[in-house]
Design a protein around this ligand. Structure first.
Ligand code: BTN
Length: 234
């Protein structure tokens, strides 16, 4: 559904996005990866009220109560060589939506967690489909959050947040490098990064051209990390 026409639930989506809203699925990411491989259109969007097998980064689960939060995946067909660029765009658009809809100011923890203060508001999971397209899924806490996490608040509707997020995606410039770096609250902080092989502690000094976090350790070594869990130490 696109072109600012109302869909079955009466909601108008920004033009050019093909939004499907389902009550329940296993994982919107899994569904959209499979749809991509069967020819789904660029900018297909699948949003669910509930996931029975929602997936987080590093093989974790992403579980939320029914109809409480935004659970959505977006298909980008022209993502090029760098799927992480699409995740950055979705993260930035979600920051804009949180601000517009709820007046909540969020920042990004590398690579793409939305934080309010140090509390997680949203997480992003990107996957490449076999045909080269990229699916970016985001789970954003709207009316419910696990202990210690942030949410937008009871008054807000996940679909309203999605509509705003799609508008923000449309409004982003082609090159979001600077916007991303400015939103990345990790930069300048002392961090501990748990990678699959080791834990690196040091100062986050930048993000390289491949989207990797640069961490300078106490011996003066710069580590360029492409995966890992970041803890902000101060
Ligand atoms: C994280 O671990 O922080 C990433 C969480 C990503 C969750 C979203 S919810 C919509 C989409 N479908 C999934 O199965 N996962 C992503």
């Amino acid at each position: 559904m696109s072109g600012n026409r109302p869909n079955a639930s009466g909601r108008a989506w920004p033009a050019g996005w093909h939004v499907e809203h389902v009550a329940e699925t296993t994982s919107t990411n899994n569904d959209l990866v499979s749809a991509a491989e069967h020819g789904a259109a660029d900018r297909s969007v699948l949003v669910a009220d509930y996931q029975t097998a929602g997936r987080g980064r590093l093989d974790r689960r992403w579980d939320t109560p029914r109809a409480s939060n935004l659970l959505v995946s977006i298909l980008f067909r022209d993502a090029g060589e760098h799927p992480w660029l699409m995740s950055q765009r979705v993260g930035l658009a979600a920051i804009g939506a949180a601000r517009d809809i709820a007046g909540v100011e969020a920042g990004l923890k590398w690579p793409n967690d939305l934080l309010v203060g140090e509390q997680k508001l949203a997480g992003i999971l990107a996957q490449r489909a076999a045909d080269g397209s990229v699916v970016v899924g985001i789970g954003l806490n709207v009316r419910w959050a696990p202990d210690g996490a942030a949410m937008l608040g009871d008054d807000h509707d996940p679909l309203e947040v999605l509509a705003s997020m799609l508008q923000h995606l449309d409004a982003l410039p082609d090159d979001v490098t600077e916007l991303y770096r400015r939103s990345l609250v990790t930069l300048g902080k002392r961090v501990s990064v748990e990678t699959p092989r080791q834990t690196i502690t040091g100062t986050a000094t930048g993000v390289d051209d491949d989207g990797r976090l640069i961490v300078l350790d106490a011996c003066g070594l710069s580590h360029h990390l492409d995966v890992g869990d970041v803890i902000h130490l101060r």
